[in-house]
Each structure stands twice: as C-alpha cells, then as structure tokens.
Design a protein around this ligand. Structure first.
Ligand code: SF4
Length: 450
C-alpha cells in the first residue's frame, strides 16, 4: 500500500518539477492546482494562497518567483525537490509522527558548526572568541545527517566559525546526501570560480553571505577589503545563476543603514533571493551591551520589514520580530537545534547550555535530554510573540531551565553562567515590554486591517 502511495507521490513530484520549467504565468497556476489536489487544505494553505495572489497581481512576490526561473535549471529542480518536497512537505509529516511517537521535539533543520576556525576576526562574533580550532569530522557530520533523515530532517545549515574553511567536506556531504538541502552562513570570502562550479555540480548547496551594512560599516567590523571580496562573490554567484541569500545582524549602530531602502535595493541588485535578519544577542561574558537596539529602533525594524515585504522582490525574515509566523521560539528542536564544533548539542545557536554531546549519544537521545525537554515543555515562552526568547525577552526562563536541568555552558573559552546572562538581559526585557505589548495588541485588534 505504502509503495502505491510512494509511487503516486513520485509521479506528482515529477509532474510538479515539469511545471517549474517553461512559462511561469501558465505553469504556476497548474502547480497550485496540483498542490490543491494533493495536499490537505491546512497544509501551507496561506503560502499557496499568497503564491496564487502574487501571480494574478504580478506584485513583488511574482517578481521574486520570476527570479527563481532565472536560476540554473538543475539547481532549481534540486531546490524544489529537496527544500519544498523533502524538507518541508514529506519531512514535516515524518517529523510530526516521530515527535508524537517519542514525546519530544523533532526539528525541521539542524545547524552544525563544521569548524570553529575562521579566516576573519569580526568584532562581536562568537566565532572570533574561539581560539581553539575544533572540527566535526566528516564521519560525525554524515552520521548526524543520517540520523536526522531517519527522524524526517532534510535541511542542514552550517554555522561556525567559517564553514567554507571545510568546503571540500561540505561538497562531499552534498554528494553523500543528494536528497537534502544544505545552506551555509558564510563571510563569502572563500567563494571563488572553482567553488561555484562545485555548487553547480552538486546542486543542493546555498550560501547565505554575512553583510553588516554598506562598505564602511561592513569593513569596520569584518576588516578592510572584506566588502569588496563579498561584492565579488555575489557577482560570481549571480553570473553562474546560483541562488544565494544574505544574513545581517542588526545592532544599535547599523540598524538605520540595514533597514534603509538603499540597503534593500543593494541586496536585490546584487542578486540575493533572501535576507535573514538577526537581532544582536548579548551572549558571552564580554558581550557589548551597548549594541542592543533600543525599543524605538526595534520598532522601526518591525515596521520597515513589513513594508518591504509588500514591496520588494526579496524573501525577508527578521528572526526576533517574526516569531509570530512560527509560533514563537523555534529552538530546542521545535524547528531547529545547534551542534557546535565540539559536538555539544545546544537548543539554539545563541544558547550555549547543553546536557548532551553527539559523540556520546544519538540525536534522538539529545532531543530527549533535560534542557531540550524543558524547551519542549515550556514553549512558547510568552503569549506575545514579539517577546519570544527565553533569554532576551524572558530572561528568568533561561536561568530557571538551566538550573532545573543541570545543563552546562558549552562556550569553548570563557563559559558564562546562566545567572550572569539572565541578569544582564533583564533591563532590555523590561524596556522592550511596553513597545512589544503595544505592537502585539495593535497587530491583533483587526480594526485597521494592518
Ligand atoms: S532561544 Fe531565543 S534566539 Fe534562540 S530560537 Fe528561541 S527565541 Fe530565537
């Protein structure tokens, strides 16, 4: 029976893959019709409606869809097959079944640090603090991915360190797991002609290049000449019709620049398909608290992102202000987890507390470890999704969870106590509360239709 179901699914996928070639105006409605026939109405219903609207209105989202049609055809097919079908449709169903069966969270994505080494030294980056060069071996990363696929996880995201320091192994993993989507945060400086050719060959690797604003801001944090190298990398990717995105950390210093129309147009002109914004997180004993955005600045970011989402052809996510679209905090395996270069399995890339190391236990055991179960049992951490984080906006939660679970700090050099982390976040959390509550009730009153 399941073989018949699988065969039908494969036929439908092949038909869908045919529809992503040729004329988008004719084929996207056919693709949506196929999705309506095959999927339950509550599966990605909002997204399917939004795509239908984009095609009929020919709005900014339609322009973004057209950009997908400009990509290398093999890479585009791999994106649809691996990201949309394997990771998001088929994978989500398997993750859900396993979460029910095991009584724990099962993630959509696994973040891995292949290495703690980096070829740059950026101010405020956690990787810059890690003098030791630690690495996850190719065998360990392969094992994590194999275990992940058993649980339904087909999306793997590399953080670091600079993941492309290990680019040969990363390409090898793309070959070993051609059914997965791989995305890598990167400073972009190691992307060259050879690497573009490798990406075209394996088809399932997408870079997300870090950019902190315009040339001056970028180079003052990352080092002289880095902006120019990043610009060259983006031009190379665009020339090879390879998909890529940008990741930007916003702080009290660069916020005005990175939410300006000029910055958005620069990213779009460079060929980026998506931008992920990260709120500066004051993690570590020597975190620069003055880089935390003020409530007024964070509110500005909130409004600007929503404005550009309706006008600019780029897929934009602001992880701290967009938690409402994913039901709050996504860490602790609810949507993702993080494994550092030493093998420590952490709930979040910013939360360096753990009870499990992947060298000593299975992925499933790590998902059932005390701090992961504390996330599972306590999410969401706040009904107001503009205050999603157990650290930044609800600092008592991280203090309590770490204490109750006995999780230990996994920082390679200068471990910070949960008490210290929590205490220093309290003024920020209290300061942001009034603005967050105002924005939340405004966005839910429904009177003005915003
Ligand atoms: S722990 Fe905080 S930073 Fe991490 S995913 Fe949850 S809300 Fe985001």
């Amino acid at each position: 029976m399941s073989t018949i179901k699988e065969t039908m699914q494969n036929i439908a996928i092949q038909q869908a893959l045919n529809y992503i070639e040729g004329n988008p105006e004719e084929n996207i409605p056919k693709l949506l019709e196929l999705a309506d026939k095959l999927l339950p109405s509550d599966w990605y219903g909002t997204q399917r409606k939004a795509i239908g609207k984009a095609v009929s209105e020919k709005n900014n989202w339609y322009q973004l869809i057209l950009k997908l049609y400009e990509l290398d055809p093999g890479v585009r097919k791999a994106f649809v097959q691996n990201f949309l079908f394997n990771a998001s449709l088929k994978g989500s169903a398997i993750q859900y079944d396993n979460a029910e069966k095991h009584g724990c969270n099962v993630p959509w994505a696994i973040l891995l640090d292949p290495t703690s080494a980096c070829n740059l030294k950026c101010t405020g980056c956690w990787a810059a603090e890690y003098g030791n060069q630690l690495n996850l071996s190719l065998e360990t990363m392969d094992s994590i991915i194999r275990q992940g696929k058993e649980l339904g996880t087909y999306m793997y995201i590399y953080t670091g360190g600079e993941p492309l320091v290990r680019k040969k192994d990363l390409i090898k993993l793309c070959e070993m797991h051609p059914d997965c989507s791989f995305l890598s945060f990167t400073n972009g400086t190691l992307i060259d002609e050879d690497f573009c050719q490798e990406m075209l060959r394996v088809k399932n690797f997408v870079p997300a290049i870090s950019l902190e604003g315009f040339a001056e801001a970028n180079d003052s944090r990352r080092g002289q000449g880095v902006y120019e190298k990043v610009t060259k990398a983006m031009a190379l990717l665009k020339e090879h019709k390879l998909p890529f995105g940008i990741s930007t950390c916003y702080t009290s210093v660069n916020l005005d620049d990175v939410c300006s129309e000029e910055y958005f147009d620069l990213m779009i002109d460079s060929g980026a398909l998506f931008v992920w914004f990260f709120h500066y997180m004051p993690v570590g004993n020597s975190a620069a608290m003055e880089l935390l955005p003020s409530p007024e600045q964070r509110e500005k970011m909130y409004h600007k992102i929503r404005e550009y989402r309706n006008t600019k052809p780029i897929f934009t996510l602001d992880f701290q202000n967009d938690a409402e679209y994913v039901g709050g905090c996504i860490a602790g395996g609810r949507r993702y987890l993080h494994i550092n270069a030493k093998g420590a399995v952490e709930p979040c890339v910013f939360i360096h507390y753990s009870n499990a190391n992947i060298h000593d236990c299975s992925l499933l055991d790590a998902l059932k470890s005390p701090i992961f179960m504390a996330y599972h049992d306590n999410q969401p951490f706040n009904e107001n999704m503009l205050r999603p984080c157990p650290m930044l906006e609800n600092p008592d939660c991280i203090r309590r969870m770490v204490k109750e679970t006995g999780a230990v700090n996994t920082d390679y050099q200068d471990p910070e106590s949960a008490e210290h982390l929590s205490t220093k976040c309290i003024p920020y959390a209290e300061n942001w509360k009034a603005t967050a509550d105002k924005l939340w009730s405004c966005s839910h009153c429904g009177k003005c239709g915003k």
